[in-house]
Design a protein around this ligand. Sequence first.
Ligand SMILES: [Zn+2]
Length: 119
Amino acid sequence: MRYFIPIDKSSIKRNERAGESHSFVAFPTEKIVHKDGSVEIIRELMEIRHLPIPEWYYNYIPIMVECSECHEKFLNTNLLSDEDSDGCYSGTICPFCGEWGCCDIEFEDIYKVIEKGKY
Ligand SMILES: [Zn+2]
């Protein structure tokens, strides 16, 4: 059976930093234990590189799906994923019976949603 996973429209937010591929994180470099027992952590800002930040942040609404093999019903967020030794991948493995491709899911396309609404 084919399921459509909708985007939670209230969760859509444009990312002001879209496209940026570096950020700063506070990295602990030193731990000082004072005589009174208090602990002080010295942090240094470190620049990290990463994949470009996506333009939109959003969440999907979990829906109930049914396994085509064992007919158990569960939220799509409980589907398992795995890759076999031949490099075949499945993101729709039943958490109950382990059937690969236990249902067919389609995630709503963020760009189609953006076209229709004002975000
Ligand atoms: Zn199953």
